[in-house]
Design a protein around this ligand. Structure first.
Ligand SMILES: Nc1ncnc2c1ncn2[C@@H]1O[C@H](COP(=O)(O)OP(=O)(O)OP(=O)(O)O)[C@@H](O)[C@H]1O
Ligand SMILES: [Mg+2]
Length: 131
């Protein structure tokens, strides 16, 4: 997958300051990219734009484009987008919701609307996971 960011700028709701200002970036398939910057410089905001959480979830004002394989992220329907790209938060403990490995995996799959039978068939029964 290729990620292309074109002239991306963003304001959080009620903020007069841009969290991102005219970002241009291209990440090609197989590349491993480190984004470094001081606290508050916009690293997490950039990641949220790449997943579409900004502005779909956070609101605010956005300019420019994020393209996944030349398709604009904001035009990709939620369910398909969730299967294409996501992010790991900086505090992993806040991203874990369940107390069993199988339930944690099943939670994500249920959220992309796979039914229980498919989850068990394609991803294994609860007994095949280390609990
Ligand atoms: N939900 C939010 N609402 C309003 N402003 C926000 C929100 N989240 C972040 N900001 C602001 O946007 C700017 C960029 O923040 P961001 O969290 O993207 O920085 P960061 O580089 O990830 O910082 P850190 O290294 O501390 O994780 C900061 O000025 C921050 O205060
Ligand atoms: Mg951050």
């Amino acid at each position: 997958m290729q990620i292309k960011i074109q002239n991306l700028s963003y304001y959080y709701p009620n903020s007069k300051q841009k969290a991102l200002d005219s970002i241009n970036l291209e990440i090609n398939d197989g590349e491993f990219v480190l984004v470094a910057g001081y606290s508050g410089s916009g690293k997490s905001t950039l990641a949220k734009c790449i997943t579409g959480a900004v502005p779909n979830f956070y609101g605010g004002k956005i300019g420019g484009k994020v393209l996944l394989d030349d398709e604009e992220i904001l035009n990709i329907e939620d369910r398909r987008r969730a299967g294409l790209i996501t992010m790991v938060f900086q505090d992993p403990e806040r991203q874990l919701l369940m107390n069993k490995v199988y339930r944690e995996i099943a939670f994500g799959l249920e959220n992309i609307a796979l039914d229980e039978g498919t989850i068990k068939k394609e991803y294994g029964s609860p007994l095949s996971f280390v609990e």
